[in-house]
Ligand binder design. Sequence first.
Ligand code: AMP
Ligand code: ZN
Length: 466
Amino acid sequence: MDINLYNTLTKRKEKFEPINSKEVRIYSCGPTVYKDATIGNMRTNIFQDVLRRTLKYNGYKLKHAMNITDVGHLVSDGDDGEDKMLKSAREEKKTPLQIAEHYTKLFFQDLEELNIETPEIICKATEHINEMLEYVKKLVESGYAYETSTAIYFDISKLDKYPILSNIDIEKQKAGARVEVDEEKRNPSDFALWIKAPENHLMKWDSPWGPSYPGWHIECSAMGQKYLGEQFDIHTGGIDLIPTHHENEIAQSKGKCGKIPAKYWLHGEYLLIDGGKMSKSLGNAYLIKDIKEKGYDPISYKLFSYSCHYRNKLNFTWEAIEASSKSLEKLRNSYKTNLNGKDELTKENLEKLQQIEENFHKAINDDLNMPLAMSFVWEAAKFEKKNKEIANLLEKFDTVLGIKINKADSEIEEINEEVKELLEKRRIARENKDWSKSDEIRDIINQKGYIVKDTKEGQKLEKLNK
Ligand code: AMP
Ligand code: ZN
């Protein structure tokens, strides 16, 4: 069955035809590990996971690389401002390495909580300085890059076309530029490949241009090429990466080898909160940890994200998570009931189930249409008969959904005495509206491997994922 994907490069849905049919090569722009990943960041990771799983469902083998940006991503996303890693290190009074290690670990914990597959290749920017330097040297040698007193810049006027991925109007940018004009730049949209480090800069490496550090865009070009070759199949990321980061990756690659690095460019839309942007200052930049602490299985968030196509904005509310949590329970219960179901399936039933399977497949292959795919998952889950065949079908669907549909009963059969006592103490604390004590006990219960959910029927205990 054909797979069709919306390609940002051509602005239309296209039939997916891999360069090498044996192995699909994908590059995903990974996290900048300077702060906690939000549920917004995780939406992008979930979309990438669905892409991986859909390709595998269709029989493809994958070589998927994701970078960890631990240097060079400046606060502005462009060439202005402090390095995000250094800013965090200063604010948290740690070294950049400690910051990177801490947030990288948390990032992978979040992926695990959401049952997101880890790409085959994980590459850190600071471990690929040589590859990046070689890339920049090549661009300078071939006249695509030039040195100024502060950096090595890419000269966009050397390309036949820039931009090609986004609709940014560089003429307008020139006229209305509010950013300070760098007189040394040949063109206002030229961007930094390599940045000369000021005297006390913490992260810097020797280079032909003195102590300096890489720009954010060169990292992905150099690592993508190292692990996947000059041209690979799919490049993914969040929608915000289109006009700067991905545009510039394409420019670099065209300069170095005359090729656009990927055939298909896929971008996920943003997660909104209460209809607006997530931000730390508004106190609504939620994390997976927050979802868990409210007593929900983090996978409820994954299921919630399937209510919307990845190319549409999705609005987060706690009510929606509550609803998804119930849906998750229903799906898992349906799996269990079907696993033990003894209803006989007629020829007509079997034909219907086959149709559901085909419809599901068509939906995921149609640019990862998860809302539509979910409607067929529900058709199977609510099927008029209960039979092991249906449990098998749900398990097959779960290779794409990744919601652990066959997870063992969420009810706890054996609660140890200590946890029982803690639950009782928490119940009393809540009766007395002693919320801080209630939270304190919840944390202790958490440490013992359970999460407490406050439902209308009272406290409910669930075993933690692992
Ligand atoms: P960062 O770690 O800040 O570089 O972010 C990693 C990626 O997460 C970004 O490039 C975005 O594409 C994505 N991202 C950030 N915020 C959101 C959001 N609210 N919704 C979806 N994706 C997001
Ligand atoms: Zn990137």
